[in-house]
Ligand binder design. Structure first.
Ligand SMILES: CC(=O)N[C@H]1[C@@H](OP(=O)(O)OP(=O)(O)OC[C@H]2O[C@@H](n3ccc(=O)[nH]c3=O)[C@H](O)[C@@H]2O)O[C@H](CO)[C@H](O)[C@@H]1O
Ligand SMILES: [Mn+2]
Length: 214
């Protein structure tokens, strides 16, 4: 379903390269396994994606591709996702909050954190699991989010929704040039699909959170 008819490189970040299955790919597609370190806490694995994307962007993505689409690994493409998503910088509405009022967004609300957003600010609540854009834009976003998390750690604070909180803060003050609907990120276990969403393009795969997280 993903970018059919276009050249695609799948960069897989993993601490277990040997476990990446070999998948037959159509012409013009390649899979690149990037070995990264592990972290004991799932929150750290999730947050350090910002650092990994930042580093690999500078080292290779800038020279290898035009756009980056950064997605969670525990989801699958289930309908057409094509070049309609591309723009210099894009984010996706979190499916749990696209109808919520601004004051109910689960932004980081403690001013001590670098991810802090005051109650009277904020455009949307973006999902951590689907963002992207031109490599240079994603490099700036991921570098800023990683730096913010380094500062938080030094100050003994961790944002309520980890990398997602920092993504939200970044996209508030660096407006995206495109915002994708929750059709591009959905969880059928958590949410009932409203009838006006006719297709779901990228959906969570059921997993045992307790087992994986602890
Ligand atoms: C769909 C969506 O918007 N998901 C966001 C949401 O969490 P989720 O509940 O979807 O978090 P999650 O368990 O999927 O973890 C985020 C991602 O980190 C990676 N990972 C995590 C743990 C691990 O042991 N190994 C591993 O590879 C993997 O790519 C995974 O998909 O909130 C997280 C921060 O709290 C991130 O912002 C996720 O992007
Ligand atoms: Mn996920």
């Amino acid at each position: 379903h993903f970018m059919v008819g276009h050249r695609v490189t799948y960069y897989i970040f993993t601490d277990r390269p040997a476990d990446v299955p070999s998948v037959p790919l159509a012409e013009g597609r390649q899979l690149v396994v990037l070995e990264v370190r592990n972290y004991a806490r799932w929150q750290d694995v999730s947050m350090h994606r910002m650092e990994m994307i930042s580093n690999f962007s500078r080292q290779r993505f800038l020279h290898e591709v035009d756009y980056l689409v950064c997605v969670d690994v525990d989801m699958k493409f289930s309908d057409h996702v094509g070049v309609e998503i591309l723009s210099p910088l894009f984010g996706t509405l979190h499916p749990g909050f696209y109808r919520a009022a601004r004051q109910d967004f689960t932004y980081e609300r403690r001013p001590q954190s670098q991810a802090y957003i005051p109650r009277d600010e904020g455009d949307f609540y973006y999902a951590g699991g689907f963002f992207g854009g031109l490599v240079v834009e994603v490099l700036q976003l991921t570098t800023a989010c990683h730096q913010a998390m380094v500062v938080d750690r030094a100050n003994g604070i961790e944002a309520v929704w980890h990398d997602e909180s920092h993504l939200n803060r970044y996209l508030l003050y660096h407006k995206p040039t495109k915002v994708l609907s929750p059709e591009y990120l959905w969880d059928e276990r958590m949410l009932q699909r409203p009838p006006f969403l006719r297709k779901l393009c990228y959906v969570a795969v059921p997993k045992n959170h307790a087992e994986i997280r602890n």
